[in-house]
Design a protein around this ligand. Sequence first.
Ligand code: PMP
Length: 372
Amino acid sequence: MLYLDNAATTPIHPEVKQAMLPYLVDAFGNPSSKYYELATDAQLATSEARQHVAKLINCQPDEIIFTSGATESNNFIIKGITAARSSLGKHIITTNVEHPSVLATFHYLQEIGFTVTILPVNEEGCITTQQFQEALTPQTIFASIQWGNNEIGTLHPIEAIANICLRHNIFLHCDATQVVGKLPVDVTQLQGINALSLSAHKFFGPKGVGATFLRKDQYGIFPTITPLIHGGGQEQGLRSGTLAVHNIVGLGKASEIALQHLAQHQHKLDVLEQYLITLLRDTFGEHIHFNHHSKHKIPGIISVRFSGINNELLVKKLAPIIAVSTGSACSSSQPSHVLAAIGLSLDEIRQTIRISLSPYLDKEALDLFKTL
Ligand code: PMP
């Protein structure tokens, strides 16, 4: 079976699995315990993993807080920062193509009294800097803008938005779940990003583990933030709970591999994407249409519409030989809010499938589409 749903999740890289295995079996110590070797081994392993994650996005290791994944990281920052800053203002901003873990959290905050602006994207799936700038009010304290979209791959102008936030003292959170490990991410360069979410299973690591980058100030102090999970005070008091050492080691190894191969994988995904687009055009002619117009996108995420075809039936029919999806795996029971946001009709949404590639694929594997 040809697996082309890598934006939903990726398989674990063999080296990641090898790195994790000892921590599932013999090296079972709790990194918060002290003095004996099992504990110090676990401490060392999580500390090395933290360094690899930090290197991947170019921050300090103590600015990384391990979580259960990007859903938790998004909830942690959005709820935690808005709660801590609400005395300064109650206006918060996001976009209408965010992941449900951002949008649902914003809806919750609206219910408890925040004023929410949800910026509509253009037909390419991104907001403009002008739109963002115009949405600001003296009450604006916080914005959460994704770096790249999980359904159509569009990239937002995050650098320009980060600069605006820096100038106006607005806390900017960035959901970079689909971008980390695929494109260069450098939070030292982008000082306007105060927090960022990432997830291991999107770049060949295990599920159930991710990280939040939270920027410290020049004195090495975190901004005031209310934790989502209170308890024993792990992760510098910001995320309690015994660390999932095996998963964290997996995230660390996946980060190390992603950084090593970043440029090469980016290029490979570009090549594969172009190959598949040409192949689909040659095979299906005017029956297909690509939903992303822009070149400014995450490599390897393709959103394609087959006119006259129902996407559920198509995905089901392909399932024994090719795994693709109708949209995002996170909200597949409802018509995609992302495709609606770029102006597609319900019929067009129901004709769309997402194909998401892996740098470990070969071009020849994609020739399978010619036989359909
Ligand atoms: N944000 C984006 C953009 C995503 O694509 C996903 C995963 N589909 C998430 C957040 C949630 O990540 P996780 O599965 O780690 O909770």
